[in-house]
Design a protein around this ligand. Sequence first.
Ligand SMILES: [Zn+2]
Length: 385
Amino acid sequence: MVLNDIVRKVECNFNEILQTASKMIKIPSRNPPGEEKRCAEYIHSKLKELGYETYFVNEPFIDRPQVVALLKGKSSDTILLNGHIDTVPEGDANSWIMDPFSGEIKDGFLYGRGAVDMKSSLSIMMHVAKFVETNGTILLAFAVGEERAEPGTSTLLSWIKKFNLKIKYGLVMEPTGLQVATHQRGAVWLKIRIKGRATHASTPNEGINAIEIAHNIMYIIQEYKKQITKKSHKFTDTPTCSVTMINAGIKENVIPDRCEIVLDRRLVPGETKNEVTKELRLLFDKKKLNCEITQLGSRKPVELSNNSVLPRTILDVMDQMNIQSSTICFTGATDNEHIFSNSIESLVWGPGDLSFAHSVDERISINDMKNAAIALGLVVNKLLE
Ligand SMILES: [Zn+2]
């Protein structure tokens, strides 16, 4: 199938793609609290209408259905297209130039919470059946809970095993401005708990001030931050370590007996959460700073070779369309972590500017959407011909 055929098909269907995205924006799916259900129901009914074999997956949350859809080809060679239904909340609606759930189109942009992250991509994925002709199988996975790192996509990956498909490629269609994110940093969130001994603040020497110990710990963290930025990786940003929360003290005249510090430590490929926890443990022990470190949560880094078939195919297509694109590292965490760790050749690639995500006046360029639909059609055709 040549470029012109796909361009024509996308042109014919583009209004429907746009309307479907707009309709999804009009159905809020904020997380928290995790209100994806109504939007999932809409996606399910739309997919049925489009001719897919469509399923609700009432796992891992009974009241937050996920959606899976299959377009079976002659071959079980499969591409998995993944996206999340949930969005972050809209924040203060009064600071938006329009209702965050209007799904309105203005000056070449589609507006609203979820416009770029990532209901436009969901709509493009849903309509891909209309502009591909392939022997392979297309599997769509619409996950819940991505915005709070809940086990949406990871549950779907286990659930779809029953189909016995040969999933060769995976695309997570988060906004990358159509850059090809073969790499992704991981993260670990650590809580450092410092114990002191409370006493009256008029006799501080009788107690142990947990905030003063925390002060020394913070000093070590500042030094550690400088050290780890030297640990650069060929294709990703450097590791980072940021203090993101601190909590201590109960009253102005009491020496605090506890202090908690929370760290956000971003990992580059090759680093593990346990290794970095140990690194910090050793630094604190060396200075005899008594504290307890616990891991609150984590995301694994992803590293797909830039020479793999999937990134090369996408870059060829981008080239054919005269769109500037190259391989990049996605700075945040995405569900690709789970797909990649299921031994699927996968990456993150989708339309729109990531800086509009989670922001006031979230929007996506309609032109970006159209290019993404054309490019996705070409990519799927090439990969599964
Ligand atoms: Zn997202």
